[in-house]
Design a protein around this ligand. Structure first.
Ligand SMILES: Nc1nc2c(ncn2[C@@H]2O[C@H](COP(=O)(O)OP(=O)(O)OP(=O)(O)O)[C@@H](O)[C@H]2O)c(=O)[nH]1
Ligand SMILES: [Mg+2]
Length: 200
């Protein structure tokens, strides 16, 4: 799939109708600073589309990006930012859950984890939540450029064990050097294709 067009459509603090609603949605979840917004920028080839920061807690709303006039990539606030005020953290959690519970067109979630670290308790809770509500997801191990292939080989099994997924289900990705981009693009393409086409 080639992304020819990407544009910001709307930010939501509370789930509400938005222009283009009805098209498939693919959402990014993960702890603050893991690279959710960067992944959207890398996928779309537009480094200015979603705001990123080296400081955690940059994305504070549900941001909807319309891609090729055909589907949405949805950027969500992160969780697990220990230094954020309690009230703020609760607000972000409510937004994440509000979106995941209310979207009727959510096709797939990318659960991002940092390839260098064992998933946190919050990551485990998030994955349990997705399983509980039957929301299809793929684990994306981000920041792959920060580890050698050998180091990744040691790190991925820890991610798999902690989150209860198989190694071949984990997509390794780097927004910095584009590692894994093609595989993720193929996954997006399959997820947003009309149902009758995916069964051929
Ligand atoms: N080296 C490297 N840095 C990355 C990668 N992805 C993201 N980063 C950096 O990690 C930091 C956080 O990236 P964001 O995309 O803002 O993270 P986020 O998950 O959207 O964070 P919040 O909006 O705060 O939840 C930024 O400094 C990015 O440049 C990657 O694949 N490789
Ligand atoms: Mg962000």
């Amino acid at each position: 799939m080639i992304i020819k067009q990407s544009k910001f459509v709307k930010s939501l603090s509370v789930f509400a109708p938005f222009p283009g609603q009805g098209l498939p949605e693919i959402a990014m979840v993960g702890k603050s600073n893991v690279g959710k917004s960067s992944l959207i920028n890398n996928m779309t080839g537009n480094s200015k589309l979603a705001r990123t920061s080296s400081e955690p807690g940059k994305t504070r709303l549900v941001n909807l990006y319309l891609i090729n006039e055909a589907f949405f990539l949805v950027d969500l606030p992160g969780y697990g930012f220990a230094r954020a005020p309690k009230q703020e953290k609760q607000k972000w959690a409510d937004m994440i859950e509000g979106y995941l519970r209310n979207s009727k067109n959510l096709r797939h979630v990318f659960q991002l984890v940092d390839v260098r670290h064992a998933p946190t308790e919050d990551d485990q809770l998030m994955v349990e939540y997705l399983r509980h509500y039957d929301i299809p997801f793929t684990v994306v191990a981000t920041k792959a450029d920060k580890l050698s292939k050998a180091q990744r080989g040691r790190s991925i099994p820890v991610i798999c064990r902690t989150l209860g997924v198989q190694p071949w289900e984990v997509m390794v990705h780097s927004s910095k050097d584009g590692t894994g981009k093609d595989r993720l693009m193929d996954l997006i393409e399959a997820q947003v294709a009309p149902a009758d086409e995916t069964e051929q």
